[in-house]
Design a protein around this ligand. Structure first.
Ligand code: CA
Ligand code: CA
Length: 133
């Protein structure tokens, strides 16, 4: 990770099935999220990058659509973008953003977490998923 990319938020979770923690890092200068899969002993595999529509404010790892695979949720004004995980550490194309407005960085994470637990968002995700799959 290069300091010039301006990391703004880090989420830790299990993105593949190996029980070694993985990292998702929001990079505000590049408008993307870097995924680092843990390979043991604290080491990380080289990053995979996923483009975000704007500068990411917060990154959360959660199973947004409750299919058992962890997903990536990124708040980047004006929306919350969800990348559905495939269980192997990779993500498909993002779902259409869910409007949440422009948020200061320090509340972006809380907003993402709140929205994730909101039944309406889960319904939106399910609807969007049925359209793209
Ligand atoms: Ca892992
Ligand atoms: Ca999921």
């Amino acid at each position: 990770m290069q300091a010039g990319n301006r990391p703004v938020d880090v989420a830790i979770g299990h993105l593949n099935g190996d029980a070694i923690p993985d990292l998702a890092v929001g990079l505000s200068n590049d408008n993307n999220v870097a995924i680092y899969l843990g390979i043991g002993s604290g080491a990380l595999a080289p990053a995979s990058y996923y483009a975000v529509s704007g500068s990411p404010a917060a990154v959360v790892i959660d199973d947004a659509n409750q299919d058992g695979d962890m997903d990536l949720l990124v708040s980047a004004a004006p929306g919350l973008t969800i990348y559905l995980g495939n269980g192997s550490g990779a993500f498909g194309r993002p779902l259409p953003p869910i409007e949440i407005g422009s948020l200061p960085r320090n509340v972006g994470r809380a907003a993402v977490l709140a929205r994730v637990s909101e039944p309406g968002v889960r319904r939106s995700v399910d609807r969007a998923r049925s359209q793209v799959c």
